[in-house]
Design a protein around this ligand. Structure first.
Ligand SMILES: NC(=O)c1ccc[n+]([C@@H]2O[C@H](COP(=O)([O-])OP(=O)(O)OC[C@H]3O[C@@H](n4cnc5c(N)ncnc54)[C@H](O)[C@@H]3O)[C@@H](O)[C@H]2O)c1
Length: 332
């Protein structure tokens, strides 16, 4: 992946800090930056969810540096912003059910950690701060497609944490004139997303089950819809956000999706076909805090970031499935 470039600048003289870079989306951003000749890519991750293999695959690259540490500690954030031009802030505790079970832990990583990173970036004079928000901020708003300007009431502590992040980012951009951009990811999937653990997402869970002849659970009737987005598109959004020169592009939040929705049942059946499996899912109760339907309007990101999602769901599922079959980390 990442043969295609989403920027035209020479980045060999630039340094990047990717928080959460041992995780799924963060390690994909790292891969893009290193393949594009970034001068320096530093990862700050406490490996609470991230994987050592997502670090090891880059260790031979002399432009890569891994720092084990928590964003919940301000001094760690400040130290790791030293000598950095751009921050891509991905570190957080994901998952709605996890946040319902342990809201304090979610708040510590997603709110305290976020504020620490934002403040450290400000105090270090970072050029631009791009951060991961989430479609969960749309909460109970029934409107479809989702437009950035109208969110609903959050349905979980996780959603609260992302709303608070956006509020802080907005205040920092206005008060301190920082260049900050938020990206509301819609159900990202792709290579290196974990299929195990209690809070795994639907696509890796389904792939893992189908490849191992097990019946996966579907929560509710399976007719809920999502705007599933291949990770390469999320990486593109981050890179375009870092370098956009479009006037007034900073100080805003953007939907990052494909602007197409499919139901969980259709997703399962597509994967069933791709794996030539005979397995059927097991239906169970709907999950608390889940949104019924999700579909993004991406016109704002198209306009200000020149974002153009290149890989559609089916192609993304094929790439991801191939990765799941081998799961061998590539050396970059
Ligand atoms: N995957 C999705 O579909 C999706 C959707 C919406 C938003 N997001 C957001 O995107 C970002 C990346 O998500 P992901 O799917 O790659 O998750 P992930 O769990 O794979 O990656 C997050 C990384 O952050 C690290 N981390 C957690 N707490 C930390 C702390 N206190 N200090 C340092 N590192 C810490 C974890 O170890 C992990 O490596 C998160 O902010 C998440 O909320 C993801």
């Amino acid at each position: 992946m990442y043969e295609q470039k989403f920027h035209s600048e020479d980045i060999s003289g630039n340094s990047f800090l990717v928080t959460g870079g041992a995780g799924f989306i963060g390690s994909n951003i790292v891969e893009y930056l290193l393949k594009s000749g970034a001068g320096k890519v530093r990862v700050l991750d406490n490996l609470s969810e991230g994987l050592r293999e997502n670090v090891e695959m880059f260790l031979n690259n002399s432009n890569y540096e891994f720092v084990g540490g928590s964003i919940a500690d301000y001094a760690t954030c400040l130290k790791n912003c030293e000598g950095i031009d751009y921050v891509l802030h991905q570190a957080a505790l994901g998952s709605v059910p996890r946040s319902i079970k342990n809201p304090v832990a979610t708040n510590e990583a997603n709110v305290t950690g976020f504020l620490n990173m934002l403040t450290a970036a400000k105090d270090s004079g970072i050029k631009r701060f791009v951060y991961a928000s989430s479609s969960s901020v749309y909460g109970d708003s029934p409107d479809l497609p989702k437009k950035e300007e109208k969110i609903g009431k959050p349905l979980s502590p996780y959603a609260v944490s992302k709303v608070v992040d956006e509020l802080y980012a907005d205040v920092f951009s206005r008060t301190y004139k920082m260049e900050v951009i938020g990206l509301r990811y819609f159900n990202i999937f792709g290579p290196r997303q974990k299929p195990d653990g209690p809070y795994a997402a639907a696509i890796p869970l389904f792939m893992d089950a189908l490849l191992n002849n097990k019946s996966p659970f579907i929560n509710g009737d399976g007719e809920q819809t999502r705007d599933f987005t291949f990770v390469e598109n999320a990486v593109q959004a981050n890179i375009r956000a870092l370098f956009t020169k479009v006037e007034d592009a900073t100080g805003k939040v953007y939907n990052v999706a494909v602007a197409e929705r499919i139901s969980i049942n259709l997703l399962f059946n597509t994967l069933k076909k791709l794996t030539a499996s005979e397995i059927n899912p097991t239906y169970r109760e709907e999950r608390e805090g889940d949104i019924r339907n999700s579909l993004a309007d991406i016109s704002k990101a198209q306009k200000y970031l020149e974002y153009a999602p290149a890989t559609k769901v089916e192609k993304g599922l094929e790439i991801t499935l191939n990765w799941f079959k081998t799961r061998k980390p590539e050396q970059v």
